[in-house]
Write a protein of this length. Structure first.
Length: 356
């Protein structure tokens, strides 16, 4: 029987305790003979609530590359990942005890020729409900739709599907016990999805005061992927003279991104940290995301909570109570007062095993 001991303040309450690990579980009952492996501030394993294991800029990757992506996230302290769309099935990772736990949303679902090539199931409105149902069965309690994207005929962002089809698709997912999230850059898609019963919004740069109030009232979560938002000006530049309306729109969303996300935070929208790693961004960036949330006006403790104990609870996972799975990181200083220490874990324990 493997027994470990860690000493120090255990977050979120910060009580100084002797935490023991017995057969992969946390206990605070003294265990004779336990091996002391670390002293410091003990934080429930970090969470990347929006990433893509198995995805590269050109589409799906090999198993070995997917495993490297997951290991990179783990080494940054992200021990729980919500995969917001992958073209490959990564369930074999669940058998790898040294790799993070993954909550999957199946594969992205987008309108035909209205998303990045090789990323999504691309369907027309008549097939949306069926595809959502299929991904609800494939995933781990989540489905990911592309809410809006550039409509080349309009030359700007536009909802991917009619409102009635979004509503039917979300209802179908809920009937199967799955929550639904959606990629949303612009303004027009947001009231459509909120009225349809969406559970979570990704990015959310088109939010306004009234929509923020709706999110608070209905408990709709937001994963703003704040590091990713810096790429909006690049997207605008790529559009060039061909789509000037879209380019201007993306620059405007970028210019007010901090104000928008901070307003949602101040209003009390449930918010969680996600890197959007995979595709265009590298894995292992959860600490950068937490630090950027602080730059957007989050208190250090709230920024950390959005990537740790609060995010774990949102996804249905325990913190570090008695009997919880032993997934945690140990740091030499209090991250609630110095978030940069998240770059310096002295120990990372996953499923009760020291992995770093």
């Amino acid at each position: 029987m493997t027994m470990l001991r860690v000493q120090g303040p255990v977050l979120p309450d910060g009580e100084v305790r002797d935490l023991y690990v017995v057969d992969g579980r946390v206990t605070y009952e003294s265990q004779a003979g336990a091996d002391t492996v670390a002293q410091g501030w003990v934080v429930p394993g970090l969470v990347d609530a929006h990433c893509h294991v198995g995805l590269s800029a050109s589409g799906g990757v090999s198993r070995s590359e997917a495993e490297e992506q997951a290991a990179t996230d783990r080494d940054a302290g992200a021990l729980l990942l919500r995969d917001c769309g992958s073209p490959i099935d990564t369930h074999w990772i669940d058998e790898r005890e040294e790799l993070p736990r993954i909550v999957r949303a199946g594969r992205h679902i987008a309108r035909t020729r209205r998303y990045l090539r090789n990323y999504a199931h691309e369907v027309e409105p008549a097939d949306l409900v069926g595809q959502v149902a299929a991904e609800a069965r494939r995933g781990d309690g989540w489905v990911k739709m592309v809410g809006d994207w550039i409509d080349r005929d309009m030359g700007d962002l536009a909802p991917s599907f009619p409102a009635e089809d979004f509503a039917a698709a979300i209802a179908a997912a809920h009937d199967l016990g799955a929550r639904v999230t959606a990629h949303c850059f612009g303004e027009d898609i947001l009231p459509i999805l909120m009225d349809a019963g969406i559970d979570c919004i990704e990015h959310g740069t088109g939010l306004s005061e009234g929509l923020i109030d709706t999110m608070v009232e209905r408990g709709i979560a937001l994963v703003p992927t704040v590091v990713q938002l810096d790429n909006f000006t690049q997207y605008a530049d790529q559009a060039g003279d061909k789509f000037p309306r879209y380019a201007g729109h993306m620059r405007d969303l970028h210019a007010r991104r901090k104000q928008t996300i901070h307003a949602a935070y101040e209003a009390g929208v449930p918010m969680f940290a996600g890197t959007d790693a995979g595709g265009m961004l590298p894995h292992g960036g959860i600490v950068d995301e937490v630090l950027e949330l602080a730059e957007f006006g989050f208190t250090p403790e709230d920024a950390l909570a959005a990537a740790s104990w609060q995010a774990r609870e949102w996804l249905g996972f325990d913190g570090l109570g008695e009997g919880a799975a032993a997934d945690f990181c140990v740091y030499p200083r209090d991250p609630r007062t110095d978030l940069t220490v998240l770059r310096e874990p002295t120990r990372i324990v996953l499923r009760g095993r020291v992995v770093r």
